[in-house]
Design a protein around this ligand. Structure first.
Ligand code: ADP
Length: 196
């Protein structure tokens, strides 16, 4: 039997706010050449440019709530339809609900593809709270600056996003859990080995 080296290309980084999805995604983008697609970054860009979408999502984001699924799903479907995402992507911050999970599966099924791997970066709530407070200082993100909003985002994660992970766990070997409280470089090395 011949064994083919397989590279995973439809990659999802999952985990609570502040766990390091963005940092790892950027490194993976460089390593794989697949685009890093962060729904949070896209929303913030729209807010900055004061677009219609930006105005639509502002209140949700600043309250630590999820943007409604229909809005987020439409945005991601459109982004994944762009040429650069056709042969692979690194999704960061999507899916974050069971409906979003199902929508992503559908988008890929239409291309005769499927999610290759979901990397679940986990860390205790007190670790991520500390990181978010630190990030508030240098990134100037309004949703990091206020302890109540941070608590709300963590609560939203447990209530709405964790069920999405449980949904994916029903599929064998799709979700890989990885300790996000380790060193950035070590986590990157581990992820590289997982997708090779
Ligand atoms: P973090 O992971 O640190 O919370 P993000 O940049 O991923 O930061 O997201 C910031 C905010 O953008 C979220 O709190 C939420 O309001 C909104 N958002 C991002 N991704 C989604 C999504 N998939 N569905 C709904 N809302 C989202």
């Amino acid at each position: 039997m011949k064994v083919y080296a397989m590279t995973k290309k439809y990659i999802v980084l999952f985990g609570p706010p502040g766990v390091g999805k963005g940092t790892q995604s950027k490194r993976l983008e460089k390593y794989t050449g697949h685009p890093h697609i962060s729904t949070g970054d896209i929303f913030r860009e729209h807010i900055k440019k004061k677009t219609k979408l930006g105005r639509e999502v502002l209140d949700y984001i600043h309250a630590g709530k999820l943007v409604p699924d229909e809005v987020t799903i439409r945005l991601v479907a459109h982004r994944l339809d762009q040429h650069d995402a056709r042969n692979g992507f690194i999704l960061d911050g999507f899916p974050r609900s069971v409906s979003q999970a199902k929508a992503l599966e559908e988008i890929l099924a239409n291309l005769n593809e499927q999610i290759d791997i979901i990397i679940d970066l986990y860390a205790p709530d007190d670790v991520i709270k500390m990181r978010l407070r630190r990030r508030a200082k240098y990134m100037g993100r309004i949703d990091d600056a206020n302890p109540e909003i941070i608590d709300k985002r963590i609560e939203t994660y447990h209530k709405q996003s964790e069920p999405c992970l449980e949904y994916f766990r029903k599929q064998d070997d799709l979700v890989i859990d990885l300790d996000g409280s380790g060193e950035i470089c070590d986590i990157h090395e581990t992820i590289k080995n997982l997708i090779r």
